[in-house]
Ligand binder design. Structure first.
Ligand code: GDP
Length: 132
C-alpha cells in the first residue's frame, strides 16, 4: 500500500540553491510529490515542530537555524515512503551518511543537514497535518 511522508528542505540547502537538485533526487528515487510549498517558520512554529527535542542542548540553535530562512515542505508518496525517504536522506550527521544520500551530497554538518523526513507513520500523519 502507498504511504505518505513529510519532507522538509532546510534553510541551509535553500541558501545554497540545492532545492532543485534535492527535488530531482527525490523524483529519481521514485517518490511522487503530492503537495509542496515554500514558507518561513515562525519561532513558535519551529518550537512546536521540534517539541520532542525541547530538553536537548541543540534545541535553541536548531530553532534559530530552522527560522533563519525559508524552507520547502513536501508530501511524498510511494510504497514504504517513510523508511525509503529516511534511507534517501542518510544519517543525521552527514559525516556518517552513505554515498549518494541527500545529506552526504547536500548537508554541511549535523545541524545544517539539508533535509528532514518523518520517522514513523504516526509522526508522518502529525507532520503532514502541521504543514498542510
Ligand atoms: P533526523 O530525524 O535525522 O532529522 O534527526 P533528529 O530527529 O534526531 O533531530 C532533528 C534535528 O535536530 C536534526 O536533523 C538536526 O538538524 C538536529 N540535531 C539532532 N541531533 C543533533 C546534535 O547532536 N547536534 C546538533 N547540533 N543538532 C542536532
Amino acid at each position: 500500500m502507498k504511504e505518505q511522508t513529510l519532507a522538509l528542505i532546510k534553510p541551509c540547502a535553500i541558501a545554497k540553491h540545492y532545492q532543485g537538485l534535492i527535488i530531482h533526487d527525490i523524483l529519481e528515487a521514485g517518490f511522487e510529490i503530492k503537495a509542496m510549498k515554500m514558507l518561513h517558520l515562525t519561532t513558535e512554529e519551529a518550537r512546536a515542530f521540534y517539541v520532542v527535542h525541547k530538553e536537548k542542548d541543540f534545541y535553541e540553535p536548531l530553532i534559530k537555524f530552522m527560522t533563519s530562512g525559508s524552507i520547502i515542505a513536501l508530501i511524498l508518496e510511494k510504497q514504504n515512503a517513510i523508511a525509503d525517504y529516511r534511507q534517501l536522506m542518510g544519517k543525521t550527521d552527514p559525516k556518517s551518511a552513505l554515498e549518494g544520500t541527500l545529506r552526504k551530497k547536500y548537508a554541511v554538518n549535523t545541524r545544517h543537514n539539508a533535509v528532514h523526513g518523518s520517522d514513523s507513520l504516526e509522526n508522518a500523519k502529525k507532520e503532514i497535518a502541521f504543514f498542510f
